[in-house]
Design a protein around this ligand. Structure first.
Ligand code: C5P
Length: 228
């Protein structure tokens, strides 16, 4: 069993979501996908048609935080916006290409981080532990997490994983386009002023090139046990 928080950070396409969810299930812990929260706010902005200016985007996104609902059960994680299940829509191309701009807005991050900390506290009270994945979990959201992992992989491997994921979900996937999107999003996420993507100094960096999901999971379970 897992006690406390495991912070899982890293860029897109490292297999973070799959291993975080499986780790949580294996440890009887809760699971929170913070990327899904930024994606759902982005969907609210796109639906409002007000994404033209940063101040309108900020207003709509911050207001939509109150309409978000995250289910942290790793066997059936869910994200809802005003009660509507938006899981599949938030993975589409429109949200994926707009999300980095929305998540770079400081007021949006402040509002979501506050919400994330409440969800994390609830999970700790409820089942003792939670695996939280994102970009700034170890550096900003839970800086005192007892275990911080930063997953990496080469760009090509990450693009190939994204592509496979898109195919599996029935979305069109083209290697060059996915690679370009992975590069663009990493660049935006790592160079923004507020909470840029970087490994916390005390995070364990795990390069997943050449590792299967099972390999990564085995390593994570070993880390949890060692630190337990
Ligand atoms: O993990 P995922 O690819 O779903 O995240 C989507 C986007 O949300 C990222 O590209 C990043 O811009 C943003 N994000 C963030 N901080 C987090 C999680 C996600 O800025 N903790």
């Amino acid at each position: 069993r897992l006690h406390g928080v495991v912070a899982m950070d890293g860029p897109s396409g490292t297999g973070k979501s799959t291993v975080s969810r499986r780790l949580a299930a294996a440890c009887g812990a809760a699971y929170l996908d913070t990327g899904a929260m930024y994606r759902a706010l982005t969907l609210a902005v796109l639906r409002s048609g007000l994404e033209g200016t940063e101040s309108d985007t900020e207003k709509v996104a911050v207001a939509a935080v109150a309409d978000l609902e995250s289910v942290t059960d790793p066997s059936a994680p869910a994200i809802r916006l005003s009660g509507e299940d938006v899981e599949s829509e938030i993975r589409g191309a429109a949200v994926t290409s707009a999300v980095s701009a929305v998540s770079a807005i400081p007021a949006v991050r402040a509002a979501l981080v506050e919400r994330q900390r409440v969800l994390i506290d609830e999970a700790i009270t409820g089942c003792g532990g939670i695996v939280v994945e994102g970009r700034d979990i170890g550096s900003v959201v839970v800086p005192d997490a007892p275990l911080k992992v930063y997953l990496t992989a080469s760009e090509d491997v990450r693009a190939a994983r994204r592509e496979a994921q898109d195919r599996k979900a029935g979305r069109a996937a083209d290697h060059a386009a996915v690679l370009a999107d992975v590069r663009r999003r990493d660049e935006l996420d790592s160079t923004r002023k507020t909470s840029p993507l970087h490994a916390a100094p005390d995070a364990l960096v795990l390069d997943t090139d050449g590792l299967s999901v099972d390999d990564v999971l085995t390593e994570l379970l070993r880390l949890v046990t060692d630190r337990g």
